[in-house]
Structures are given as C-alpha cells and as structure tokens.
Ligand binder design. Sequence first.
Ligand code: GLC
Length: 490
Amino acid sequence: MTNEVANDWWRDAVVYQVYPRSFADGNGDGTGDLIGVYDKLEYLSALGVDAIWLSPFYTSPLADGGYDVADYCDVDPRFGTLADFDLLIGRAHELNIRVIVDIVPNHSSSEHPWFREALAGIGRDRYIFRDQPNDWESIFGGPAWTQVPDGQWYLHLFDPSQPDFNWSHPDVHAFFKDVLRFWLQRGVDGFRIDVAHGMIKADGLPDVGALGHRQIELMTTAELPYFDQDGVHEIYREWRPILDEYGAMAVAEAWVSSPARLARYIGRDELHQAFNFDFMVAEFDAKSFRVVIEKSLAEAELVGAPTTWVLSNHDKPRHVTRYGGLARARAATLLMLSLPGSAYLYNGEELGLDEVTDLPPELREDPAFLRTGESRDGCRVPIPWAEGAWTNPWLPMPARWDAITADKQEHDPGSTLNFYRQAIRLRRGFRGDIQWLDVADGVLSFRRGDRRVVLNTSQSPVPIEGTVLMASGPVTDTLPPDTAVWLADR
Ligand code: GLC
C-alpha cells in the first residue's frame, strides 16, 4: 500500500495472525508455507480481516519456531522464496488486506553469520560476551549464559541458539534500519516487534539477586535489568522516520510493569501501538473483564492510541481451552470484537480450535519444554482445512478436529467460522465510546452508540431487551450463562 492510503487503518483493524509453519501447506511437505498463505487469501478476505500479521518466515534453524533468525532478508526454503512473498503481498493488497511482518531485533539465531563470526573471534561485540556470567535466567528456563570453547560466555535471554544482540554497537542499529527498509520496499504495511522491551540491558549487567522463584517467565511484567530500559526508546525514535517514509505502522510486543511504562513506547516519534495482553490473561468473569477493559481504555487515553485486544496467540493456550469450552470462547470473542480499538485474532480461533494438550513429548518442539516442562506447541498444531488436507503435518491434528474442519464449517450457518465472519462484518457498525450499564453481578453490559453489548458470566439466565443483532449462542428473551449478545435499540 502506498502513502496515499490513510495510514491509521490499524486503529480499529481486525488483524489475523498467521503462524506460517502451521497455517496452510502449499507444497504438501507437512510444513505450512507462504504459498499456503497465498492460497488462503480469499478465505481471509471472506472472513473480513483488515490485515494479516505473519509470524517469522525468515531463514532459520527453527529452534524457536523461526523467532531465531539466521537471515533477516530472506525466506526459509521450508516456507518458500522471496518471489512467493511478493506474490502473497501483491494478492493481499488486491484484496485490500494489509500485511504486517514480524521483526526480531533482540536476538538472532546462533546460525546468523555475525554470530558464527563472533564464535570465530571476529566482531564479538555485536553480541554480549563476558568473561563471567551474571545471575540472569533465560525466559525458557536455566541460565541466560552459555560458555563458548575459549572460555567466554554469551547472553541469551531465550534459548542458547538465540544470542542477544549488543544494541550499543552501531552495526546493529544500521543493520536493523536496513532490514526495515528491505521489507518496506517489498510493500509491507507494518511490523510486529518481537520482545520490543528487551534490546537494551542495564549498564554493567547488574545481578537480579535471589528471588526464591524463577526470575521471569514469558510474558510477565516484573521489573528486571534486561527489560524496559529507557535506552530502548532511542531505537524506536530512529525507526519512526523510516516507518513514516513508507506510511507503515509498528506494534510492540512489550511486557512492562505498568500502563504508564507501556505508554512510553507509543507516540508520534516512537511506535503506533503496543499489545495489551491484560485482556488475554483475564478470567472469564464479568468483573475481571470490566476491570481490564476500563484499565485498557484509560491506558489508551494516556497513549493517545486505541488499544489492542487479543484472546489467543502462538504463545498462549487457546482461549477455548483456557475458558473451559467453546461457548465461553465465543462469548469472549463477541465481547472483544465490540470493543473500541483493534482486535488481533490467531489463526484457527475462527474454527473454534482448542488447545492440543496431549501431544507426545517426543513431538514437542518448543525450546522451553525441555527446561520448564511448559510447551507452546499445543496452540501451534496445523489448521484443519479439510480431512486429509495435510500430508504428514509437522504436528499431528487430533481426530476430534475432523468434525470442525474449515470445509465442514463453510456452509453451516451455526458454525464458529460463520459466527466470526458475521461478527467481523457487524463490528463495523459500533460507534463511539463505551458507556457502562448497571447490571446484576456476573453480568457485563455497555452501550456504544445505538448498540448494547451484554455478556453473562453468571450461573443463571438474565433478561434482555431489544433487537438481537447477533449472539454467541442461542438466546430468547433471556441470555443464558456463558453467552454474549449484541443488541440494537428497538
Ligand atoms: C516472543 C514471541 C515468542 C518467542 C520469543 C523469543 O515472545 O512471541 O514466540 O519465543 O519472543 O523470540
């Protein structure tokens, strides 16, 4: 898309996250790829999404599913070629779907040419090597330092195969500006910035000290000397003019300690949006949702940019399973899609997929699994387009998904797929701010313009009045438990 296109499209967009390895397999080798994504663009257009965000598809040993990048400006052969990417983005734009790509600036793969050189003793200062480690822990478990044969140690906040860059080195700054330009010139509309709060480490790399528990788990908001350091903002101030030149946006994955800290990532001279994960971690309960929504809206006010809403992604168990069933998941989705701001969907949630919790240990690939026993593989199982659509998928699909393949849901008006399509279409009609309505305990309700939203998380049905625009499950003149509804005034 070019500069003429209004560049604040992201403010109320529905963005669909594609995890390329698991989305669709264009060449039948059991691993999803860019041609697979290209083949599904009509499906995504019919779903009604405004943009897709592609998780990494760059050259990578896939030690962390591609969040370990060996070449930032090329496509891993398992995912295709740059020509496939060009085809994909060209067709996406024809269908009016914007394309956001992931950028991973905190660390590279240990297979990146710079790290190979560093191991050979050349340009080691592009990474963080020390003679002695400190007490920092890896987010995937175990120490954040690994020793190399000559005795030095290098820092990796994630897997040992993901060495952290040294952002005090000018080469690293210059390199990432080139990477941004490379993808902007290929037409991308935005970037999702991985671990956007991680690149700068506190001076002198101070010890954290004994805490009596793991220092940090993926996606927590503790204050630590390796996260949310002030210097990180200088990087975004360097990046913003480049983004502006192309009319592109950037959304930060930043886990920080408070809304005020998150606000510092957003603004005219930094980034456009930051993920708000509070909604994703809220309990299925009217009160928790309300607290999170109010907090998020206040935060949005603070940053002057609409907030983002997320229920599932490639790092968290799918929300059907977190909430204990499809009815609740659909209700939470209907709530999410009625809120002001942008909504990020994760591939497969529109089919009502649940978490696959019984993958055999030997098939699990999440690097955290071996060290912590926690694994994100269960939300990364390939998407069931049709029975037999995948030959030898890299993770097996459970038999129960045969009943909910995309082709079976296509023409079923009650399917979750058609529920998402309808909700995304009708969502456009919401106008204005939220006005909370007084309702019984366990029920959440607000008005936006001439519409009302009601979510029932209590144990008993509650009366509703007005014209039902759509509901997450069957409703009459009462709203059953675990159900949400959009109402128009009579
Ligand atoms: C982000 C990604 C996660 C990845 C990590 C390291 O949190 O979402 O999947 O493992 O960064 O790059």
